[in-house]
Write a protein that binds this ligand. Structure first.
Ligand code: PEP
Length: 266
């Protein structure tokens, strides 16, 4: 039997330059052991990709990814960075559609779909984020928003691509606010996402992570829900000991069958 891996993904946002990333890795590796079927992903700022991937290279359970990429491989796009550039310095995954990119930088569903498709074409694993704002939630449009955000990505990919995609449900109102979705809320939307994947005939193997103010105090109750395959974490991933605590408590809450993990990483 194959099963989905348990993924702990750290989004450092605009924190930790190369020297801090190296120091983080050194301390973090002394705090966490490698566990079968558990993947530890890091999304540092682009400037720290090389330093972090080098510092983590002894640990095959880790993976380093870029927080954002342009979909074109090169060209006149001042300030942007391409997929070949980030892979050259060790990135094997990319975030696509993080709510801060959608909200603060105007990233559209179509751009998210292009980034996802081109990352896959370059052999890089996309971690695609979907989620509703507070206004959308309060006006009863959560389901509609998630289905719309997923729809453009589903249309852009072939069914076979889905064995290499990871999704994250990140309610925008829960990101960096200290308000996390309850385990029931999260499980309900994860079920909706899984149903949407099934409805389009794409793989039920896609891991779905939850993100939004996850920390050492709430990770166990969230991950005890079978619908959640891992977490995407900002604030609580910035210090090695706090991040190690999230990973430790979350892993204990999740009973995983051993062997046969079938996500193909970049
Ligand atoms: C994120 O950046 O994806 C995130 C979930 O942040 P935080 O954990 O700080 O809410």
């Amino acid at each position: 039997m194959t099963t989905r891996p348990l993924i702990f993904a750290a989004n450092w946002k605009m924190n930790h330059g190369p020297a801090e990333a190296r120091a983080f890795a050194e301390k973090f590796l002394s705090l966490t052991a490698s566990v079968e079927g558990r993947r530890l992903w890091f999304f540092p700022p682009a400037i720290s990709l090389a330093a972090l991937s080098q510092a983590l290279q002894s640990r095959s359970d880790t993976l380093v990814g870029a927080q954002n990429i342009h979909w074109e491989p090169k060209g006149a796009f001042t300030g942007e960075i391409s997929i070949p550039m980030v892979t050259e310095v060790g990135a094997r995954a990319v975030l696509a559609g993080h709510s801060e990119r959608r909200q603060l930088f105007g990233e559209t569903d179509e751009q998210v779909a292009r980034k996802t498709r081109n990352a896959l074409a370059a052999g890089v694993t996309p971690l695609v984020c979907v989620g509703e704002t507070l206004t959308e939630r309060e006006s009863g449009r959560t389901e509609q928003v998630i289905v719309r955000q997923m729809g453009t990505v589903i249309q852009a990919l072939a069914a076979a691509d889905w064995g290499r995609v990871v999704l994250a449900y990140e309610p925008v109102w829960a990101i960096g606010t200290g308000k996390n979705a309850t385990p029931d809320d999260a499980a309900q939307i994860h079920e909706l996402i899984r149903m949407e994947l099934t409805r389009h005939g794409v793989s039920a193997r896609v891991p779905i992570l939850y993100g939004g103010s996850v920390n050492g105090g709430n990770v166990a109750s969230l991950l005890s829900r079978p619908q959640l395959d891992g977490v995407l974490v900002g604030g609580a991933s910035l210090e090695p000991d706090k991040w190690a605590e999230v990973i430790d408590k979350g892993s204990r809450a999740k009973v995983r069958p051993s062997g046969g993990y079938d996500l193909v990483e970049g």
